[in-house]
Write a protein that binds this ligand. Structure first.
Ligand code: UGA
Length: 435
């Protein structure tokens, strides 16, 4: 099949590359000339394990192309994906759909033959109807179907999530479009990955409901973590104890500093707005947003308390800045709130992250970005582990101790075991465990 992917951001680039790897001929389109030039020179604008190699392989095998000029690719496409950004609209929390609608207008006049237009971007319920109306209005003769096909990729694990998904969701009532979608996902269709074909509006809602449910799970365990600290229990054992019940499931029950990233914060907010507009009250989702926002700020208090209630003039080494490991994404990362609050209390911050320092530099000021974890720790009063990168699990703890002013660790991701740290002479605290 011939595929056009509009938007070469995270979702578009990963999906386009994986569709090419499924054997389709894919053209990834973006208005950003710098990005397309970089991709044509083998440079990948995002950090995603395995992506560079997969792009190179499919470019070499002439199935993957990058361009700023959409016209040829759109004219010849069997399937056109809209994978542009849907950021939070300034001021009201709704998703900003201007990029999606602009893409619909742009493709409408170019369509030739039956074409399936697929929204991959996370879009509010009813957006597919609007895209359909725009295309119909702009080009009344066009032969097309609009399908919702949300993505469920996690940053850092996106290629695996694309190739081995738990399910694929396809929202359309058009039989010809279903056939095209089955052909696009043929390797998954053949290996019997569940492919849910449903109404477009249902599919659009599945995406938001999935992300919101995961955010609920995380926030629930974070609140239980606070309770654990107050009653002398251990949140990791509570997670294990409840997660082994198949009805609950063990994933997304890791307590931490609060969820961040480009999806959960934006999508929970958008779902809350969608619900309010539809006259429904999503009290659980609203509480999750409130609790998570407060939690990120509260994490700095944990550090302050650990240092005896005053961090004025103290030096704090922050290990990990990205919202999670294996990404350079800093959007809504808990580290942003933590740094801001600690600085406002007079602390000096030395920081290290294996991938996100450039991004962090755009968002944080007066932070000393260091060359490595040991450089960050040098002469600091405390180490705060903010992101669970593997390399922080493998630190030489004797060296850490010798570099710190005092051997103090605040482990916001629970990557160490308390007994282990205490027996090695550290003063140690973490999340949801009592000492
Ligand atoms: C999330 C979803 O997991 C994907 O399925 C979805 O496709 C994507 O959003 C999207 O809508 O595009 P992502 O934001 O990449 O993916 O990251 P996650 O791995 O889900 O983590 C989100 C946040 O939750 C991170 O801050 C992470 O540290 C936190 N988290 C996750 C926890 O605090 N505890 C957990 O147990 C799991």
């Amino acid at each position: 099949m011939r595929v056009a992917m509009i938007g070469t951001g995270y979702v578009g680039l990963v999906s386009g590359t994986c569709f090419a790897d499924f054997g389709h001929v894919v053209t990834c389109i973006d208005k950003d000339t710098t990005k397309i030039d970089a991709l044509n020179n083998g440079k990948i604008p995002i950090y995603e394990p395995g992506l560079q190699e997969l792009v190179a392989k499919n470019v070499d095998e002439e199935r993957l192309f990058f361009t700023t000029d959409s016209s040829d690719a759109i004219r010849t496409a069997d399937a056109i994906f809209i994978a542009v950004g849907t950021p939070t609209r300034r001021g009201d929390g709704h998703a900003d759909l201007s990029y999606v609608y602009a893409a619909a207008e742009e493709i409408a006049g170019l369509l030739e033959g039956f074409t399936v237009i697929i929204t991959k971007s996370t879009v509010p319920v009813g957006t597919g109807d609007e895209v359909e109306a725009i295309i119909q209005k702009t080009n009344p003769d066009a032969d097309f179907a609009v399908v919702s096909n949300p993505e469920f990729l996690r940053e850092g694990a996106a290629i695996n999530d694309f190739k081995r998904p738990d399910r694929v969701v396809v929202g359309t009532e058009d039989d010809k479009a279903v056939e095209v979608m089955q052909e696009l996902y043929r390797p998954l269709y053949l290996n019997e990955t569940p492919i849910i074909v449903t109404k477009r509006r249902t599919s659009e809602l599945i995406k938001y409901a999935a992300n919101a449910f995961l955010a609920v799970k995380i926030t629930f365990i974070n609140e239980i973590a606070d309770l654990c600290e107050n009653v002398g229990a251990n949140v990791q054992e509570v997670s294990r104890g409840i997660g082994l019940d198949n009805r609950i499931g063990s994933k997304f029950l890791h307590a931490g500093p609060g969820y961040g990233g480009s999806c959960f914060p934006k999508d929970t907010l958008a779902l809350s707005k969608i619900a309010a507009d539809a006259g429904s009250d999503l009290k659980i989702v609203d509480s999750v947003i409130e609790v998570n926002t407060a939690r990120k700020k509260k994490m700095a208090d944990k550090v302050v308390d650990f240092l005896g209630g005053d961090v004025n003039g103290k030096t704090i080494a922050l290990l990990g800045l990205a919202f999670k490991p294996n990404t350079d994404d800093m959007r809504d990362a808990p580290s942003i709130d933590i740094v801001e609050k600690l600085q406002s209390c007079g602390a000096k911050i030395r920081a290290y992250d294996p991938a996100s320092m450039e991004e962090a530099g755009k968002m944080m000021s007066d932070v000393l970005f260091c060359d490595g974890p040991y450089h960050a720790i040098e002469n600091a009063d405390v180490v705060v582990i903010c992101t669970e990168w593997d390399q922080f699990r493998a630190l030489d703890l004797e060296r850490v101790k010798s570099l710190l002013k005092a051997p103090k660790v605040v482990d916001l991701r629970n990557i160490y075991k308390p007994d282990y740290m205490l027996s090695r002479g550290f003063e140690y605290t973490s999340v949801g465990r009592s000492y």
